[in-house]
Design a protein around this ligand. Structure first.
Ligand SMILES: [Zn+2]
Ligand SMILES: [Zn+2]
Length: 358
């Protein structure tokens, strides 16, 4: 009797083990199939509706940050899409967010600091292969953009040969490879100028102040009565405020200089004098959180999204320290940018909706 009980118990355990094993595989398979159904080949942007939509594809800076890619804001305006800067890791975030790369019209660079162009090669490749382009992507930016674009084209030339040979020229059209530089050079005394105007989308370049890096640009995007202004890298800029007047949403770079100074002091204390010097130097060509709040207040925007955050903010707990007095200087909606954030401005209204792709 005892032996029979042992056999029965053994059989039950084996059965339970097999059910667990195969049951888990069954559940995993169902989850995978459901994810395929919901995501693959589906235009995730279709549900956003007509309007202006900003994708925060990189809210970080050159400093290492596991949650924030390098600077990148992408904008969908009706049927036309644009990317403003492609920092390191931002293209992967953008594609993960369901950005409609096939609608991409152009890339706009604010300036040519490495943290704003590190991901440009990846952006050009995605635009070509994922976006099925048959002409190179126009890349707008300050003088020097031609050199940067030519460099990326050259660096990816060998890879482009592999892809055309492997998939065939119908699938990846050789004529769509890479980018073409569109240099923006403002005449002396001109602080802003329309550089793109097509099918209801108007993009204005704005001269900002990131000296000694000259010129450096911000941008304003207008579509169906809604508008977004993007600062790029700058100290408080009266030009930017003037050009951003009446916009709905402002994306502004932000640095907490006390925290950067503390980083520098700690590095110096530990004998890392070169890195300490860099922490000192970067403070004079960026905006404090209060500068950003002041710009938003003076431009009269309803929403301010901080991005290009320095230093990195690994926890939400640090945000009040990072923001300092900014929440008291700007009475509108103040948001600390996060990768995956989508800020939507539906056409024909005043609403600003904020959601997350994950
Ligand atoms: Zn910069
Ligand atoms: Zn930067």
């Amino acid at each position: 009797m005892k032996r029979a009980f042992k056999y029965i118990l053994g059989a039950v355990l084996v059965l339970a083990g097999m059910t667990m094993l195969f049951g888990r595989e069954f559940i995993a398979r169902r989850a995978f199939e459901s994810a395929l159904d919901r995501n693959v080949g589906v235009d995730q942007s279709a549900k956003l509706g007509d309007g202006l939509h900003a994708y925060v594809c990189g809210s970080g800076s050159p400093m290492p940050d596991e949650t924030r890619a390098g600077p990148c804001i992408a904008v969908l305006a009706g049927n036309q899409a644009f990317i403003f800067d492609s920092g390191s890791g931002s293209v992967r975030k953008l594609m993960r967010m369901g950005f409609p790369i096939q609608k991409l019209q152009a890339e706009f660079l604010t300036h040519l600091h490495s943290d704003h162009i590190d991901g440009l090669g990846e952006a050009l490749l995605q635009a070509w292969v994922g976006g099925h382009r048959n002409t190179p992507l126009p890349v707008y930016g300050p003088p020097g953009t031609d050199k940067v674009v030519a460099g990326f084209n050259e660096a990816y030339a060998v890879d482009s040969g592999y892809r055309v040979a492997h998939h065939g020229p119908k699938v990846v059209q050789p004529s769509g490879f890479g980018g073409t530089a569109q240099i923006i050079a403002l005449a002396e005394g001109v602080n802003s100028q329309v550089v793109y105007d097509k099918d209801g989308v108007r993009i204005t370049v704005i001269l900002v102040d990131h000296g000694p890096i000259k010129p450096a640009y911000g941008y304003r995007i207008d579509y169906k009565g809604r508008s977004i202004a993007i600062s790029g890298d700058t100290v408080y800029s009266a030009n930017f405020v003037a050009a951003a007047k009446g916009a709905d949403v402002m994306f502004h770079e932000a640095m907490n200089k006390d925290m950067v100074a503390a980083l520098g002091a700690k590095l110096a204390e530990r004998g890392q004098t070169n890195n300490a010097q860099i922490m000192h130097d970067i403070q004079n060509y960026h905006s404090s959180t209060e500068d950003a709040a002041r710009a938003a207040k003076e431009a009269g925007v309803s929403t301010l999204v901080l991005y290009h955050l320095v230093p990195p903010l690994p926890s939400k707990l640090i945000e009040p320290m990072f923001l300092r007095n900014a929440p008291w200087l700007f009475s509108g909606t103040l948001l600390v940018g996060k990768d995956g954030m989508i800020v939507s401005l539906p056409a024909g209204g005043k609403a600003v909706k904020v959601s997350s792709a994950w």
